[in-house]
Design a protein around this ligand. Structure first.
Ligand SMILES: Nc1nc2c(ncn2[C@@H]2O[C@H](COP(=O)(O)OP(=O)(O)OP(=O)(O)O)[C@@H](O)[C@H]2O)c(=O)[nH]1
Ligand SMILES: [Mg+2]
Ligand SMILES: [Zn+2]
Length: 359
């Protein structure tokens, strides 16, 4: 089987080479190298790396990424600073960092006698990742975390203001990556109109999303929050200043994650958490505290999925006249009908259009 493949490759190469002008040769080699690097990266991501001999490999999990080439890794009972192996560094050319918080890795200790940091040699296959993308032309990928069960979207009623548009974006992304989204509305102590806010949120609970109201100040809702976190691996994400680190500190006293007051002038957070970190809960499970983000960029290749997985649409898109209905220009459309009869709020439909058009 393998022989046959090798032969094929050889023939193809030969054909290419006979058709090449001498001037093209350099470019051809360059493309080949990039192709090889891609293939190597795929192999490593699939955990199929061929073992070098003489390695002392131990299993570990990435807790924090310090720089592109240095990470904190949990290995047994210990936390160790590790470096990326030369080979991983070499292929680290596509996303900002090849490894992500939550990755399971194999670490080589054979060089520690030379006073060097242990080396991450292998990334084990991932169950999933939660990633966002830069909203520029070449949509660079940022992996928020790997191997997780759920993402909890932390928003605040006030300071900073509640933004349902961001919640919609998170839900779409979570659905794309097949990760359970949970909504947490924090700082309910800051609102006199909490009943009104709750009514606005009913749309999400009616469509099957879990939603929890909390106040880190009064302690309201904290036990409910704990219940959904127990024995699960959860990413805490949301705008800066919504209270992610404060809630985590409250759930696990002693962690002492850094928190700060929001800015007096903008009433927004000041990006206190700067690095994502994986931490074990005393009550079972793990969490990833993440830096606040401004927006959650989705990848353009998911555009066609959004009409089916936007909150509230998944139940009704099948009733649209056209199977690939985008709920925009089509004249007969179940989603637009639902907006007209009020079962989908106009604001949610506008939020859908903004996300759809942005892709
Ligand atoms: N009133 C009130 N203030 C809160 C609550 N939760 C957090 N805060 C305050 O909000 C501010 C920001 O909290 P942080 O925990 O630093 O927010 P964060 O989401 O971790 O922010 P980044 O790390 O920048 O993403 C702090 O001053 C907290 O004391 C709450 O439930 N009620
Ligand atoms: Mg924080
Ligand atoms: Zn439609």
């Amino acid at each position: 089987m393998r022989k046959k493949k090798d032969k094929k490759k050889f023939i193809r190469k030969n054909i290419k080479i006979t058709n090449l002008e001498i001037n093209d040769l350099e470019r051809f080699e360059e493309e080949e190298i990039i192709e090889e690097k891609r293939a190597e990266k795929k192999k490593i991501e699939k955990g199929l790396i061929s073992q070098k001999s003489g390695l002392k490999l131990k299993n570990g999990r990435i807790l924090e990424i310090k720089t592109n080439y240095k990470c904190v890794v949990q290995i047994g009972e210990n936390q160790k600073i590790c470096q990326m192996s030369g080979r991983l560094k070499q292929i680290n050319f596509e996303s900002r960092s090849l490894v992500a918080v939550g990755d399971y890795v194999r670490v080589d200790f054979s060089n520690v006698d030379l006073n060097e940091d242990p080396r991450i040699e292998e990334i084990l296959p991932r169950k999933n990742t939660l990633s966002r993308y830069f909203e520029e032309n070449f949509q660079r990928k940022i992996i928020i975390a790997a191997n997780i069960d759920q993402v909890i979207i932390i928003s605040s009623v006030n300071e900073p203001d509640l933004k349902f548009g961001l919640i919609d974006r998170y839900i779409c992304a979570a659905e794309v990556f097949e990760i359970t989204p949970i909504i947490c509305i924090n700082k309910i102590d800051l609102s006199d109109e909490i009943e009104k806010v709750k009514r606005k949120c009913e749309f999400y609970s009616e469509n099957g999303y879990k939603i929890i109201f909390t106040s880190a100040k009064t302690g309201e809702g904290i036990e409910k929050l704990k219940d959904v976190l127990k024995n699960k691996e959860t990413v805490f994400s949301g705008h800066s200043g919504t209270g992610k680190s404060t809630l985590i500190n409250l759930l696990q006293p002693g962690l002492n994650l850094k928190v700060s007051e929001i800015s007096d002038s903008t009433r927004k957070g000041i990006h206190t958490t700067t690095n994502s970190r994986l931490i074990a809960w005393d009550f079972g499970g793990y969490l990833v505290d993440t830096p606040g983000i401004r927006t959650f960029g989705l990848h353009r290749e998911n555009k066609a999925k959004i009409p089916r997985l936007f909150p509230g649409f998944s139940k009704i898109y099948r009733d649209c006249k056209y199977p690939d209905c985008t709920h925009t220009h089509e004249t007969i459309c179940a989603v637009k009908e639902a907006v007209e009869n009020g079962s989908i709020p106009q604001k949610r439909y506008e939020s859908y259009l903004r996300i759809y058009d942005s892709l």
